[in-house]
Design a binder for this molecule. Structure first.
Ligand code: SF4
Length: 166
């Protein structure tokens, strides 16, 4: 296990499942996310869908889309579609894990407002998230990014030009 397991953000955990190269680029501040249309749509969706609840909650380096306090803390993430379901799942699992490491019991909910669906998440396997964090640490510590590999997702990725322009 890496020395400080809470040094990563949920977005980094998400990118680990989407693309290891993207994880590296993002982690090294090669930031193009602001220019991505998909990211803009995601932010708009977030703004419009949940106007009344405590939003964009930040705890140390971990931020959540919004939080409910119903006896226990329930942290929410808002997503457009289920195409990246595994990445969404582990991102939220990491948030729950991070809170537990700080002595706070929490559960998670992924909200898909366009699909009118929710997915509830509980932390059941801490070892697995720790293994993933170790892997993220190894990738981020590499001196150069992993090679680009074509994925269905590439055309919608903010790094598309960076990876694929001649
Ligand atoms: S364009 Fe494709 S290969 Fe490049 S960072 Fe994005 S997902 Fe990864």
């Amino acid at each position: 296990m890496i020395e400080n397991e809470l040094i990563f953000t949920g977005v980094q955990v998400n990118y680990y499942f989407i693309c290891k190269r993207k994880l590296w680029l993002f982690s090294h501040n090669i930031g193009m996310e602001k220019e991505s249309e998909a990211v803009k749509i995601g932010k708009l969706l977030h703004e419009e869908s949940y106007k009344t609840i405590e939003k964009d909650v930040l705890l140390d380096r971990v931020s959540f889309d919004f939080v409910e306090r119903k006896g226990k803390i329930i942290i929410h993430e808002v997503k457009k579609s289920r195409k990246m379901e595994k990445a969404h799942y582990y991102q939220l699992l990491y948030y729950i894990y991070s809170l537990k490491r700080r002595g706070i019991e929490a559960e998670g909910v992924i909200n898909y407002p366009l699909l009118r669906k929710v997915e509830k998440i509980r932390l059941e396997n801490e070892k697995e998230i720790e293994r993933i964090l170790d892997e993220i640490n190894k990738i981020v510590s590499m001196p150069s990014p992993p090679s680009a590999e074509r994925k269905r997702y590439c055309k919608r990725c903010a790094y598309y030009e960076f990876c694929w322009s001649e």
